[in-house]
Design a protein around this ligand. Structure first.
Ligand SMILES: [Zn+2]
Length: 234
């Protein structure tokens, strides 16, 4: 008669593999976001460059509107000037028009500067975009590898689960229940071998000789007095 723990021990090997695969699958999204985090610097620089370009564009637009308004003002003054009834009034309009035209000139000079900095801003944005694309390309392979690995693991997981279900069907149901409970509690092993010298393979404490003997007996299932794991001594 084979020892009832033999089937459980075989099941545990499969469970160990399953746990390892599930952990690796669980960690892949984090690994991907760690890799993507490398882009944070380049993304931030692009954001700043885009904001600065937007700001320049808005200022330029404002000034253009202001110049337009001033030009309308000049037109209005010129019409009023033609209707001036006295020389004094006429001269007053000439003066007003001159002041507004000076303002327009100053604004137009500023506009030229703004257009220059807008061109520079556009060049900086393009440079930042290029840098980000380059970095994205650099990590694309790493990300693709992780996706591949993820798909591969998912497939292996399905196969292992089916395999595990078959192995579980071979186990004694009450023993399987006990095994499951201990595994959930301990998270590493539920069944451990008795180590040479009569130590528990889980917690490494010295087991009483009776337990070491019983662990060999196929009609008995014994647990370590210290950690509660099932001890097996084939
Ligand atoms: Zn133990």
């Amino acid at each position: 008669m084979s020892h009832p723990l033999e089937a459980i021990y075989a099941l545990q090997k499969k469970d160990r593999k399953l746990i390892k695969i599930m952990r690796e699958i669980r960690d892949i999204p984090q690994r991907k976001s760690d890799i993507e985090a490398q882009l944070a610097g380049a993304k931030k620089k692009l954001e700043v460059a885009l904001d600065s370009r937007k700001h320049t564009e808005a200022t330029l637009k404002e000034q253009e509107l202001e110049v337009e308004a001033l030009k309308e003002k000049v037109e209005k003054y010129k019409n009023q000037q033609m209707e001036a009834s006295t020389n004094e009034q006429y001269r007053a309009f000439v003066k007003e028009i001159g002041t507004v035209e000076d303002e327009i000139k100053a604004l137009e000079e500023k506009e030229i500067q703004l257009m220059e900095s807008l061109e520079q801003g556009k060049a900086i944005v393009a440079e930042c975009e290029e840098k980000l694309d380059g970095e994205k390309a650099g990590i694309a392979d790493e990300l693709a590898e992780l996706d591949e690995r993820s798909a591969e693991l998912a497939e292996r997981l399905e196969r292992l689960k089916a395999d595990r279900a078959r192995a579980a069907a071979e186990c004694d149901p009450s023993l399987l229940q006990k095994y499951t409970r201990i595994l959930q509690n301990k998270r590493d092993f539920a069944v451990v071998m008795v180590e040479p010298g009569g130590h528990c393979g889980g917690c490494h404490m010295k087991l009483p000789p009776q337990v070491v003997n019983d662990a060999r007996n196929p009609t008995k299932v014994v647990a370590c007095n210290f950690c509660g794991r099932i001890v097996y001594n084939p």
